[in-house]
Design a protein around this ligand. Structure first.
Ligand code: FE2
Length: 292
């Protein structure tokens, strides 16, 4: 067996790319995983940032049960787009039925790590594809472990001393002026929060870069004007093709990603003509930190 394959009990893993992602073989996610197999899955997610399990016919109950083994689940604020009877499952879709959208439109077209603008950002998500298009609609990921490790040494040392101020209302005003203004309650619930720009992965101790082209207003102790050009330089570095993997969806695919060591974005597709239907669960996380 080569270094790009690993077997644990009944589960077999193969690398999706040299730097991130593993495909998981030999599991039916409608059956509860043995504790030892789940531990291997969890370890693989921590190390590879992204897991792909193909050919699943996942029930909402199974998706929720699997997701809960990673941690508590977020219940989305947009209750309109949660699956009936399953507030843990958020429906992402462009499909219209009886004149109404059945789900939220696809995710952000800008790279991000989910809920990075709150004190305890989401650990990760389980994303299940029921219907998708032949063309476009990929989800593209960046390994922030790989970005961290490849940064020029001086920049990496500088970054490890910085905290970034994530400011959701500021970002909304700057980038989403075409959308309805946030309510005062939404503004009050998302005060600016500072996170370390390099974070320690709590399960394997590896360091990952932690920044994104959206939400960050400034580095702590610096102005917005001083910070934005450096952030743009960092994002341009991170968005090089050698750090990214674009997942082309097939119905029955389940992707599990780790927000603690990756960013992702949605690529466009024909939202008027094609159908896309996904079920997402979102796993709660802890406060980011940097050891040592
Ligand atoms: Fe996202």
């Amino acid at each position: 067996m080569s270094a790009s394959e690993r077997t644990h009990e009944t589960i077999h893993f193969t690398d999706l790319t040299p730097f991130m992602g593993a495909e998981v073989h030999g599991v039916d996610l409608n059956r509860p995983l043995l504790d030892a197999d789940f531990a291997a899955l969890r370890q693989e997610l921590a190390d590879r940032s992204l897991l792909l399990i193909r050919g699943q016919d996942l029930t909402p109950e199974s998706q929720i049960a699997l997701s809960r083994r990673f941690g508590d689940l977020e219940e989305h604020v947009l209750q309109d787009f949660c699956l009936d009877g399953h507030p843990e499952i958020f429906v992402v879709s462009n499909i219209v039925e009886n004149g109404k959208h059945i789900g939220a439109y696809g995710g952000s077209k800008e790279y991000h790590s989910d809920l990075a603008y709150i004190p305890e950002p989401s650990m990760g998500s389980v994303f299940y594809c029921l219907e998708c298009t032949e063309e476009g609609g990929e989800t593209e990921f960046i390994s922030m472990f790989a970005v961290h490790d490849a940064l020029p040494e001086e920049r990496r040392a500088w970054l490890s001393r910085q905290k970034a101020v994530f400011d959701y209302p500021w970002n909304h005003e700057k980038r989403n002026a075409h959308r309805p203004a946030l309510t005062q309650a939404q503004i009050d619930s998302t005060p600016p929060v500072a996170h370390p720009c390099v974070r320690t992965h709590p399960e394997n101790g590896r360091r990952a870069a932690f920044f994104s082209p959206i939400w960050i207003r400034n580095f702590e102790g610096m102005t917005e004007e001083e910070s934005q050009p450096i952030l743009a330089e960092l994002c341009a570095f991170a968005m090089q093709p050698q750090f990214s993997y674009a997942h082309k969806w097939r119905p029955g695919d389940v992707l599990i990603w780790d927000n603690r060591s990756s960013m992702h974005r949605a690529l466009p597709f024909d939202e008027e003509g094609a159908r896309r239907l996904m079920h997402r669960t979102t796993i709660c996380g802890d406060r980011p930190y940097l050891d040592g």
